[in-house]
Design a protein around this ligand. Structure first.
Ligand code: NAD
Length: 500
């Protein structure tokens, strides 16, 4: 079994209280790694290291090109060790090997592109504000300070990279807390940090539990910014804790995204697209297409094809390339998802397929739920409003586009949405009316580190990716340079300064 200590100030250290916890493989319940269980003292130690590295170390003052080169080197390490990272990600998160291959490839690509993005020139003179002979006005960007990054378990390495990349290229130092469910790949990556040349204290990683290590991180007055990805409920708590010293916060939280099929959609793509939207990673995606909105005129035939294909999804060993869908992350999460399925039945939705824990031989030891589809779901019911985070699709029928838009927007969430139509102008009109941070037309899930991603409403605050995402890790500074130069001409001083 692999063993990982905490990574603080470029050193591997035990937790102060010597406590540990074990990560298990959600496919077969076998232990795969033992981690140090970070507590308050460990978090303080990591924050102190990050604080010192920011206040006194070279990192924030280093030319951006040098920081970019280190991030690129880290990206190269992921590529060089791709096979190992893919296998560990499968064992740790239950991701299928096909998906993990994409995730590891994307983690390396994201990191390399964050490094490039960080070289964009944002500092400039503010034209229209500067007036020769009166003042010159500069807009500068500076790192915020110590960033506390807290991430979930669904895309372990990718989520870590999405925080590390922009935070570091901007010149911040960081304390990262991975999810207690999936800490393996980021700790494996940490093995390369010192050798690559990251100065001490720039990257610190504390494994541990949310209410312990996580809570201490968000409470600390020595932290300047929290970058959080996780559930909306935890996000609310994080925001409250951040208020004590007005930490900057970005929150990437839950979703209940509406996938709207218009009556002129290309079915061949839309049926598969709807499956991809909901069943990718067994529905454990914040941006999953969990609500499928179908026009009554085509609903019956569309659903027939959808159900037929869904029944063919192969559940089983995620390490096998033939497996389409892996297990959920834990027993607790399995129980939660099954609870929602029961709720759906009791609230009157019609179960079309799935609805149970998968119990065939290949799934016997893992936390598998059958791909599940409910039809005739009331948009106000629990399974249409709450984030299930499992392979459970709610079909909601509509008659008019206005109705579809109203249903889509009738949610506390606003992370993503989708529209399927052969008429791009028509789809575009719908896309513009959706209150969501990402809208796909005839597609789902595809993101790009150069385009902003984030939520409206309770799906979050701020953006990841793109220049918008980079700016979340920067302070904007206005420097005003006087060009008047003569007291007599500064008549505005006379408001308070007595003459003579
Ligand atoms: P979670 O909120 O339970 O945990 C997320 C992280 O917060 C974990 O590292 C956890 O240890 C930590 N945490 C828990 N309690 C804490 C506390 N009191 N103080 C500080 N930290 C604490 O979420 P999860 O179950 O790990 O992940 C699933 C959720 O993440 C879903 O809601 C999903 O939508 C969301 N998510 C959002 C995005 C996005 O980009 N919007 C991406 C992935 C996942």
């Amino acid at each position: 079994m692999r063993e990982y200590q905490l990574y603080i100030n470029n050193e591997w250290v035990d937790a102060a209280e010597k406590r540990t916890f074990t990560g298990i493989n959600p496919y077969n319940h076998e232990p795969i790694a033992r981690f140090a269980r970070g507590g308050a003292a460990d978090v303080q130690r990591a924050i102190t290291a990050a604080r010192h590295a920011f206040d006194n170390g070279p990192w924030p003052r280093m030319p951006r090109e040098e920081r970019a080169a280190l991030l690129k080197a880290l990206s190269d390490k992921i590529n060089e060790n791709k096979k190992l990272f893919v296998e560990l990600e499968v064992m740790d998160s239950g991701s299928t090997i096909r998906k993990a291959g994409e995730d590891i490839y994307l983690s390396a690509r994201n990191l390399a592109n964050f490094a490039k993005l960080g070289l964009a020139e944002l500092d400039r003179e503010l034209e229209g504000v500067s007036k020769p002979g009166f003042s010159k006005n500069l807009l500068l960007h500076e790192p915020i300070g110590v960033v506390a990054a807290i991430i979930p378990w669904n895309f372990p390495l990718k989520m870590a990279v999405w925080k590390l990349g922009p935070a570091l290229i901007a010149g911040n130092t960081i304390v990262l807390k991975p999810s207690e469910e999936t800490s393996v790949t980021i700790m494996e990556l940490a093995k390369h940090l010192r050798e690559i040349g990251f100065p001490p204290g720039v990257i610190n990683i504390v494994t541990g539990f949310g209410p312990e290590a996580g809570a201490e991180l968000v409470r600390s007055p020595l932290v300047d910014k929290i970058a959080f990805t996780g559930s909306t409920l935890t996000g609310q708590y994080v925001m409250q804790a951040a208020a004590t010293n007005l930490k900057k916060v970005t929150l990437e939280c839950g979703g209940k995204s509406a996938n709207i099929v218009l009556d002129d959609a290309d079915w061949e793509i839309a049926v598969d697209g709807a499956m991809y939207a909901i069943f990718y990673h067994a529905g454990q995606c914040c941006e999953a297409g969990t609500r499928l909105l179908l026009p009554n005129v085509i609903a019956d035939r569309f659903i027939e094809m959808l159900v037929e294909k869904t029944k063919k999804i192969r559940l089983g060993d995620p390490m096998q390339p033939t497996t389409d869908m892996g297990p959920l992350i834990s027993q607790k999460h399995l129980d939660r998802v099954l609870g929602y399925i029961e709720k759906g039945k009791s609230e009157g939705a019609r179960l079309l397929t799935g609805g149970r824990r998968a119990s065939n031989e290949a799934c016997a030891r893992g936390f598998f739920v059958e791909p599940t589809i409910f039809d005739h779901v009331d948009n106000r019911s629990t399974i249409a409003q709450e984030e299930i985070f499992g392979p459970v699709l709610s079909i909601i029928r509509y008659d008019t586009i206005d109705q579809a838009v109203a249903l889509a927007n009738d949610s506390i969430y606003g992370l993503a949405g989708g529209v399927w139509s052969k008429d791009i102008e028509k789809a575009m009109n719908v896309a513009k009316r959706l209150r969501a941070g990402t809208v796909w037309i005839n597609e789902w899930h595809l993101l790009n580190e150069r385009a902003p991603f984030g939520g409206y409403k309770q799906s979050g605050i701020g953006r990841e990716f793109g220049i918008e995402g980079l700016k979340e890790y920067l302070e904007a500074k206005h420097v005003y340079i006087d060009e008047v130069g003569e007291r007599a001409k500064k008549s505005w001083y006379d408001v308070v300064v007595p003459k003579g």
